[in-house]
Design a protein around this ligand. Structure first.
Ligand code: SAM
Length: 220
């Protein structure tokens, strides 16, 4: 995404009832928030997308699955602002947004508090010296392993083959995850494609004829 500083972004994010303002205060309490669709004292699972961009995917997931709580995380206010404008106040009640860097997640989630993590078209950081910034680097896998329960899932999609290969290597070398499914052509994969919700980047890249890569890893 090309980033411009949008002066209206910060006040809009700060005033939005759908944006979480003080995530640290929710540590251990994410599932008991009023927007969690669980009922009768039971809490619904919490699924998050890291790097939600303008939020097409997570919003559609929330619409399709009213019994799951969704949190979209995006580090740039200018991008979050576009997601808010897109929504125009019509957001599903089981969806919230958070403007934060994924590296800070351990300061506001307790171990086991997130049930599933979606990573969609994460920035590839092609230079080897930037590999630690990739959201599938083992530095991040360690954070996800600490925050997911046993059997919690990471679902990762990309059009970038080098990032996909890197991610497979990182996950296979990481003791806390099993790679349970992979495809190098999601949209023609009869097992993995049904129910697929396309992201903004996915629609753009697949329209250019690029195959979409996907993997699912499960917490041991
Ligand atoms: N997921 C969307 C899609 O598939 O259309 C957007 C993909 S875009 C290439 C990646 C997004 O991830 C950007 O908006 C970027 O700001 C965000 N991002 C990258 N690193 C992040 C991090 N460490 N924490 C939170 N967001 C991050």
């Amino acid at each position: 995404l090309r980033l411009r500083n949008i002066p209206a972004a910060r006040p809009a994010v700060e005033a939005s009832p759908i944006c979480i303002q003080d995530p640290v205060s929710l540590m251990g309490a994410w599932k008991s928030q009023p927007w969690n669709p669980g009922s009768d004292g039971a809490s619904a699972p919490l699924h998050i997308e890291i790097g939600m961009g303008k939020g097409h995917f997570i919003t559609e997931m929330a619409r399709r699955n009213p019994d799951i709580a969704y949190l979209g995380i995006e580090r740039y206010e200018s991008v979050m602002y576009k997601a808010l404008l897109r929504m125009g106040g019509e957001e599903p009640s089981n969806l919230r947004f958070l403007c934060e860097d994924a590296g800070n997640m351990p300061t506001f989630f307790k171990p086991g508090e997130i049930d599933r993590i979606y990573l969609n078209f994460s920035d590839p950081w092609p230079k080897a010296r930037h590999d630690k910034r990739r959201l599938t680097h083992h530095r991040f896998l360690q954070i996800y392993a600490d925050l997911l329960p046993v059997e919690g899932l990471i679902e990762f999609k990309t059009d970038n083959e080098a990032l996909f290969d890197f991610s497979i290597e990182e996950i296979e070398a990481f003791p806390d995850f099993d790679l349970i499914k992979t495809t190098r052509d999601l949209h023609h994969d009869d097992d993995m494609n049904p129910g697929n919700v396309m992201t903004e980047y996915e629609a753009k890249f697949s329209a250019l004829g690029n195959p979409i890569y996907k993997l699912i890893a499960k917490r041991r």
